[in-house]
Structure formats: structure tokens, C-alpha cells
Design a protein around this ligand. Structure first.
Ligand SMILES: [Zn+2]
Length: 332
């Protein structure tokens, strides 16, 4: 971890702006808002039980929202999401590396269309979390996604900012700005939030609760939907959990420390789905067009959908919004 963080800082210093999707940058930028900040510099091994409980209580898993049954008797819910980061990965750090920006541009120019075609072949809905600046640079993406009529748009920051490095008022202002921009671009107000790099600050839950979001999809305390607790109290927000295992970026970075071949990654996703199916829960996968949409990688998405379709009678394909609305309704 320390080595990766150091490498991240070196890359930033060199201005290489390497595009890793979210994973490496998350590690490189996760220092802010730590528990030690909350305890005013006291080392954690000296904390009292109360201090320890305070440290973990910002956003914690509450009651499970796993429903007793999924719609139409389906055994498992499947929800695919795409974080359309594109050029915002270098831009969020102020990098204007032409090389890195071009790698992001591929996401809008080539990869998104390839992803949409694969989804359209089986009429599978998905959720697209898009930083505002991605939409600004490539506004045609919005119409391309909207034209299918089944996909959802969700918030993914203004410029893929790192929440834990921001004061609360700045973080809030950027979320509000992102909501307004998305509403103007797509014609509807988003109900879902995904923190850029899943980088959730001590203030994020308070902010998204105040702004009336239905759900978050940035945290990792379960395989099933659950209600988020804010300072120990039910927040009313649904969490649709994510995991680095279920993210294409870390394992598919050819310059990273943990590179896996596309077919190996496909096997991880199949194994995750198979257990979700056996347990009757939820399979939620995060991908990035600029990562998964390459010629040698789109086979992962196609292969996964073919694998899931073998159980087609028992599968509910849904957007994150549809799942959040359903589990709330079933829990009432
Ligand atoms: Zn992202």
C-alpha cells in the first residue's frame, strides 16, 4: 500500500497522468479525512472505545435491504454500471498530459459505442455515472446513451474530484453543480450518487442526504443492498455496494502491479455471479468504457452476459435506480 501510494505521488509529480480508471488514484489520494484526523492527532492505539466507535460511525451499514424475492420470481438481481471517466482522470489532478488525455478520449470516441452495442444486443439496461466534465467534452455521449431508452444517468462528481481532499463547502458545491449540469444535459434529475474513485469523505453522506439522493453506490460493507447509517442513525439512503474485485480498472491496468488477462478477469466475474445466484442476492459490476471497451476486453462483457443468460429465466437485469426503488418498496 505504502509503495503504491509513493508511486502514485511520483506519477503525479511527473505529470504523467496515467489513466488507471479509479483504482490507483484512490490509493494515492485516500489520506485525507482519516480517523486520526478525527481524534486530533492521538495515535489510534491510545483511543478509547468511544473514540473508536466515533471513528467508524460516519457511514456504516444498517439493516439489510435484501428483499424476500426479486421481481417476477427472479433468483438474482444483476446491475451493470459504467463510470464514464474519460479525460477526467488526468484532469482532476490538473494534468494536461496529452498522452493521458488521448487515452481518456478513447472512452467517448470508440469504447462507449462498443459497450452500448453489446448491451443493446440483449436489451440490457445499465447505469452510467458520468463526471460533468466528461459530458462537457463529449456531449454526444448523452444522446448515445439516451437513445436506447433503458439506461440511467448518475452523479460521479464534477471533474472526478477527490472528496477527502476538499473542505465540506467545496465538496457540496461541486455535487450541486454536477446535479444541475446533469439535469440540464439529460433532461432529468439523477437520484444516484457514486463518489469519484469511491472516495467517500467524512462529509459525503451528510451532503448526499441533504441533496435528496435515493441511493449511493460507493461503499463495500455487504454483497446485498443495505441502508446507510449516518452517525448511528438510519439515513434513509440505500447503499448498493461495490468492490474492487468487481471493478475492471485495477486488474486491467497493463502498467499496474496486479494486471490480469481479460479472460482471467472474466472468470472472476463469473465466479462472483455464480455465488450471487446460489445465494439469491445481487451482482453489481462497475466498469469504465475507456477500460473495458477495448477490442481485447469487450469479450469480458460479452462473455459475462452470455454466462448470465444461461440462467436467463431467473435473472432480473435492472438499473441501480430500479433496484434501489424496489428494495425500498419491499422493506416498507
Ligand atoms: Zn470514476
Amino acid at each position: 500500500m505504502a509503495q503504491t501510494r509513493t508511486l502514485g505521488k511520483v506519477y503525479k509529480l511527473l505529470g504523467l497522468g496515467l489513466i488507471f480508471g479509479c483504482a490507483q488514484l484512490e490509493v494515492a489520494s485516500s489520506d485525507g479525512g482519516s480517523a486520526s484526523d478525527l481524534q486530533q492527532g492521538t495515535p489510534s492505539y491510545e483511543w478509547s472505545e468511544e473514540q473508536i466507535r466515533n471513528a467508524v460511525n460516519t457511514a456504516r451499514a444498517g439493516r439489510s435491504l435484501q428483499p424476500s424475492e426479486w421481481p417476477n420470481g427472479a433468483k438474482v438481481a444483476v446491475s451493470l454500471s459504467f463510470d464514464v471517466d474519460n479525460e477526467t482522470i488526468p484532469l482532476r489532478n490538473g494534468s494536461v498530459s496529452v498522452s493521458a488525455l488521448s487515452q481518456g478520449e478513447y472512452g467517448a470516441r470508440v469504447a462507449l459505442g462498443r459497450v452500448l452495442d453489446v448491451l443493446a444486443a440483449d436489451n440490457i439496461p445499465a447505469s452510467f455515472f458520468i463526471p460533468s466534465v466528461s459530458m462537457m467534452l463529449n456531449p454526444s455521449m448523452v444522446d448515445a446513451i439516451k437513445s436506447h431508452g433503458i439506461h440511467e444517468f448518475g452523479i460521479h462528481g464534477w471533474i472526478h474530484e477527490t472528496n477527502t481532499q476538499l473542505p465540506e463547502d467545496v465538496e457540496r458545491r461541486l455535487v450541486v453543480k454536477a446535479i444541475d449540469y446533469m439535469e440540464e444535459m439529460t433532461g432529468s434529475r439523477p437520484v444516484g450518487y457514486r463518489a469519484p474513485s469511491w472516495n467517500f469523505s467524512q462529509n459525503t453522506l451528510k451532503i448526499i442526504k441533504d441533496l435528496g439522493f435515493l441511493y449511493d453506490s460507493s461503499l463495500m460493507a455487504d454483497d446485498r443492498p443495505y441502508e446507510l447509517l449516518a452517525e448511528g442513525e438510519p439515513s434513509g439512503l440505500v447503499e448498493l455496494p461495490v468492490e474492487w474485485i468487481l471493478d475492471d480498472a485495477p486488474l486491467l491496468n497493463p502498467r499496474g502491479n496486479s494486471y490480469s488477462s481479460p479472460r482471467e478477469v472474466l472468470q472472476v466475474y463469473k465466479d462472483e455471479f455464480d455465488v450471487a445466484y446460489e445465494e439469491g442476492t445481487m451482482f453489481l459490476l462497475t466498469m469504465h468504457p475507456h477500460v473495458i471497451g477495448h477490442r481485447s476486453r469487450i469479450l469480458i462483457l460479452k462473455g459475462l452476459i452470455d454466462h448470465i443468460k444461461e440462467k436467463t429465466e431467473d435473472v432480473w437485469f435492472a438499473t441501480h435506480q430500479e433496484i434501489a426503488e424496489y428494495v425500498i418498496k419491499m422493506s416498507e
